[in-house]
Design a protein around this ligand. Structure first.
Ligand SMILES: [Mg+2]
Length: 252
């Protein structure tokens, strides 16, 4: 993992730009700064403006764990292709999978709600049903480690067992066998007929895209982390505008 803005890596980025790539972005912690209240996440005015310009030059997609409905409420530009629920929503219309995931999410919700209601330690845990998956938000929990342990145990007792994806202060319960962010990125490249792509994210679910090991995908992680499969990293989220400007070639 190497810092994106080293001269040698900038050259690699310039090389990618020549290939007219697909640009793919995670939302929370990548395009939008992480906030204490999950509901309050939004793009800065500057990022929004730069993204709007970018969408005139490149195909731009946003690949998030949020539902598309949620993303739409935060992004007012229809030129961005939105992929929600960690890759499940937005690309192919697989009604069978979709209906199955909806049913499962409701079924899991009922069981988890019983656990939340009967466990005082979980009083501050917020359950979000994102239609095709569930998110358990631990941000306000006073004892996150203990709460996490109980929630993971409860999730592992669900039938069928969900795919558990741990994020920053969140545990996601996703039906097994559904497309993840990496699958979604490859599908988007195919759909938009792009041989090359740029993908940037900050969290565990983004590793599904970082680990594709496709030389035509330029992968960047926000924050250096041991064990990440991303090739490049930024130091902090606030550097995102500098990345967007590179693609717009307005800082040379
Ligand atoms: Mg993120």
């Amino acid at each position: 993992m190497t810092y994106l803005f080293r001269p040698k890596n900038i050259q690699a980025l310039q090389g990618l730009i020549q290939k007219a790539p697909l640009l793919a972005f995670d939302f929370d912690g990548t395009l939008a700064p992480l906030v204490q209240n999950h509901e309050g996440a939004k793009l800065s005015k500057k990022t929004e403006m730069l993204l709007k310009h970018l969408a005139q030059l490149y195909p731009v997609i946003i690949v998030s764990g949020r539902s598309i409905k949620d993303l739409k409420s935060r992004l007012r530009n229809s030129k961005w292709l939105l992929i929600g629920n960690h890759g499940v929503e937005g690309l192919q219309k697989n009604t069978k999978h979709a209906n199955q995931s909806k049913r499962l999410s409701l079924h899991w919700q009922k069981s988890i709600e019983q656990v939340l209601d009967s466990t005082p330690l979980l009083a501050k845990i917020a359950l979000e049903n994102k239609t095709y998956s569930l998110s358990l938000h631990l941000r306000y929990s006073k004892n996150k480690a203990a709460a996490k342990k109980i929630l993971v145990k409860a999730a592992m007792q669900l039938e069928p067992i969900p795919r558990l994806v741990h994020g920053k202060s969140v545990i996601n319960l996703i039906p097994q066998g559904l497309p993840h962010k990496g699958d979604a990125l490859l599908s988007a490249m195919k759909k938009l007929k792009k041989s090359h792509a740029f993908f940037i994210g900050d969290d565990v679910t983004d590793e599904d895209a970082f680990s594709l090991k496709n030389k035509k995908i330029f992968s960047v992680r926000i924050g250096k982390k041991m064990g990440s499969s991303a090739k490049y990293h930024l130091k902090r989220q606030s550097e995102i505008n500098r990345v967007l400007k590179y693609f717009l070639q307005i800082n040379q």
